[in-house]
Design a protein around this ligand. Structure first.
Ligand code: C2O
Ligand code: CU
Length: 547
């Protein structure tokens, strides 16, 4: 195994990813940031210099379990103090599984300012994947707002609630193209300029007659997406770093925080280019589709395909999305069987609540607040007075709560965490419900830090604690780190609490996360090694920081 050393400088710069000029966060001048390439069991070292001038940061390695290094998970407030402007923080961790992963800011709503990228972990030399391909490419999908994260965060947390609204565009690999002249209020050329070469569409050049592995990931702030390549089917072979029993799709549904590998054959008419597009699903969105060019060599990479871009599925076609979720199974010969039973079942009802006049997202009517002292340090150093010791609820009022219509919306906040028995098996039931808006139930992609979980099942309506577990897939469930809970539905997960540390579990929608849609798990804190002093310095940990 080797050491992969990266030096990053992060800062704000003016950029026009969709032709609209705004401040974005770059890594070494780029957004998306540089891809981290490594092989299984390599050690990755990233030296992050925070040159944001007036803003803290922290970077999370999404999908990397951080076994033995829970302090380098990069979750501000949970595993570390924020990195101050001017400071350099060194992350050092082992990538122990091959696959496709991500990294992104984990501080406030900073991720959507552009601080994100992908991690590609290859098999060790001499080992090969259970599928064949000629070329390997990555594409990150995103949505894009023109307001700053500060305007959004302030609007979301004020009594005079200001929802962030629909994103202005969808980006494919950091590029999009807003039509400056049809935008709502006419935009001046110094702000929006369609001839700026910076916002030419992303073009992926392919050679005819080959098989491509496309690693497609989503880090949208809000949107659930459908991704498609005109005239080409995609065979899904990997999800969140696990091999999938291959299945074919025309539209790949992908939720924020998920990664997939698909195989695409370049077997169409080679005399032209094709569209690759993204569409918002699950919301009746005003955001125009994202466009990119699937460029058959030797056609010019910027030549527009002669056709209209394909439109995606209907935004409210929930069945198709449910069905794709159900189609994702572990690949034969690569099945990791889950434990047959669990030791504890925690039901997390996804609710929207009013708390002290502000609108919040919650689980079981409790919206999450971060304490001043990061949990990992508080628990390890026995500073238990720094957060509430009243355990959060394990469920909701099953008998009386009607998930199909709006309910009494009053909720509370808490910074309490779930403490799990080390090595126990835990089931999580994510239960969706109607939001505070009539006839609306959203899609929430939930992401677990520090673990992969088995996806035991998806269902519609209210989870039945007697009968639904009988239908769990214990034969070939996929393991993932991010999973959607569909509108008015439920999703059941199982994981082993075998990674000593403190781990976030949250909705990956940036505004939902910011509005409190998150919980925290602790397990095996007594097994956590000596904490590095570089993670200290905030809350009650000031005096632990060595000069
Ligand atoms: Cu990719 Cu805690 O998130
Ligand atoms: Cu959500």
């Amino acid at each position: 195994a080797r050491i992969r050393h990266y030096k990053w400088e992060i800062k704000y710069e003016y950029r026009s990813p969709d032709c609209y000029k705004k401040l974005v966060i770059t890594i070494n001048g780029r957004t998306p940031g540089p891809t981290i390439f490594a092989q299984q069991n390599d050690t990755v070292i990233v030296e992050v210099k925070n040159n944001l001038l007036t803003e803290n940061t922290a970077i999370h390695w999404h999908g990397i379990r951080q076994i033995g290094t829970p302090w380098f998970d990069g979750t501000e407030g949970v595993t570390q103090c924020p990195v101050l402007p001017g400071d350099t923080f060194v992350y050092k961790f082992v990538v122990d599984r091959p696959g496709t992963y991500l990294y992104h800011a984990h501080y406030g709503m900073q991720r959507e300012a552009g601080l994100y990228g992908s991690i590609r972990v290859a098999l060790p030399d001499g080992k090969s994947e259970p599928f064949a391909y000629d070329y390997d490419r990555s594409i990150i999908l995103n949505d894009w707002y023109h307001k700053s994260t500060y305007e959004q965060a302030a609007g979301l947390s004020s009594i005079d609630f200001q929802w962030v609204g629909d994103p202005q565009s969808l980006l494919i690999h950091g590029k999009g193209r807003l039509n400056c002249s049809t935008a709502k209020s006419p935009l001046k050329a110094d702000v929006c300029n369609n001839t700026n070469p910076e916002c030419s569409l992303y073009s992926m050049t392919v050679v005819p007659g080959k098989t491509y592995r496309l690693r497609i990931s989503s880090l949208t702030a809000l949107s659930a997406l459908s991704f498609q390549i005109e005239g080409h089917n995609m065979t899904v072979v990997e999800a969140d770093g696990h091999y999938v029993e291959p299945f074919v799709v025309k539209n790949l549904f992908i939720y924020s925080g998920e990664t997939y590998s698909v195989l695409v054959k370049t077997d169409q008419d080679p005399s032209r280019n094709y569209w690759a597009t993204t569409n918002v699903v699950s919301r009746n969105s005003t955001t125009p589709p994202g466009l990119a060019i699937f460029n058959y060599y030797p056609n010019h990479p910027r030549r527009s395909p002669p056709t209209f871009p394909p439109s995606g599925p209907l935004w409210n076609d929930v069945d198709s999305r449910f069905n794709q979720s159900l189609d994702i199974k572990a690949r034969k010969g690569h099945i990791h069987s889950p434990p047959a039973t669990s030791d504890r079942v925690i039901v997390l009802l996804n609710t929207q609540n009013m708390v002290n006049g502000t609108r919040r997202w919650s689980v079981n009517d409790v919206s999450f607040n971060l304490p001043h002292t990061p949990y990992l340090i508080a628990l390890k150093e026995n500073l238990l007075h720094t957060f509430s010791q009243t355990p959060p609820p394990e469920g909701y009022d099953f008998a009386n709560y009607n998930i199909s219509v709006e309910q009494d919306s009053n909720g509370t906040t808490s910074d309490a965490i779930y403490r799990l028995q080390f090595n126990s098996t835990v089931d999580i039931i994510l239960q969706n419900a109607n939001s505070m808006v009539t006839n609306v139930s959203e899609t929430h992609p939930w992401h677990l830090h520090g673990h992969d979980f088995w996806v035991l099942g998806y269902g519609r309506g209210k989870f039945d604690r007697i009968n639904d577990p009988k239908k769990y897939n214990l034969v070939d469930p996929i393991m993932k780190n991010t999973v959607p809970v569909h509108p008015y539905g439920w999703t059941a997960l199982r994981f082993k609490a075998d990674n000593p540390g403190v781990w976030a579990f949250h909705c990956h929608i940036e505004s939902h996360f910011f509005m409190g849609m998150r919980v925290t798990f602790e397990e095996g804190i007594e097994r956590v090694g000596k904490l590095p002093s570089s993670i200290m310095g905030c809350g009650e940990t000031k005096h632990f920081r060595k000069p």
